[in-house]
Design a protein around this ligand. Structure first.
Ligand SMILES: [Zn+2]
Length: 89
């Protein structure tokens, strides 16, 4: 009985790493979160994967925000381009 319950609660490493990857794109359900947390408490390999994955996701997020910030034209440049287009039409 307890063993069956533990099997239901415990994730395999493959399922745990899948949830770790998925959590960057969608919110995990409460059940998924609990099961993943339990797995991470007992599995150092998945814990390490989770840390690295979170680090990479945050770095990508920062990079994306950085790129978006630097690819916006300053207002005066936009006005100058608009002015140039208007003049030459
Ligand atoms: Zn694991």
């Amino acid at each position: 009985m307890l063993k069956k319950m533990m099997n239901t609660l415990m994730l395999t490493c493959s399922k745990a790493t899948q949830l770790i990857s998925v959590k960057a794109y969608r919110k995990l359900s409460v059940s998924e979160k609990v099961r993943l947390r339990l797995h991470l408490l007992t599995c150092s390999a998945c814990k390490a994967f989770n840390l690295q994955s979170t680090f990479i996701d945050k770095a990508l997020e920062k990079l994306g925000a950085h790129a978006a910030h630097h690819h916006h034209l300053p207002e005066e440049r936009k006005a100058s381009i608009q002015n140039h287009i208007t003049k030459n039409l």
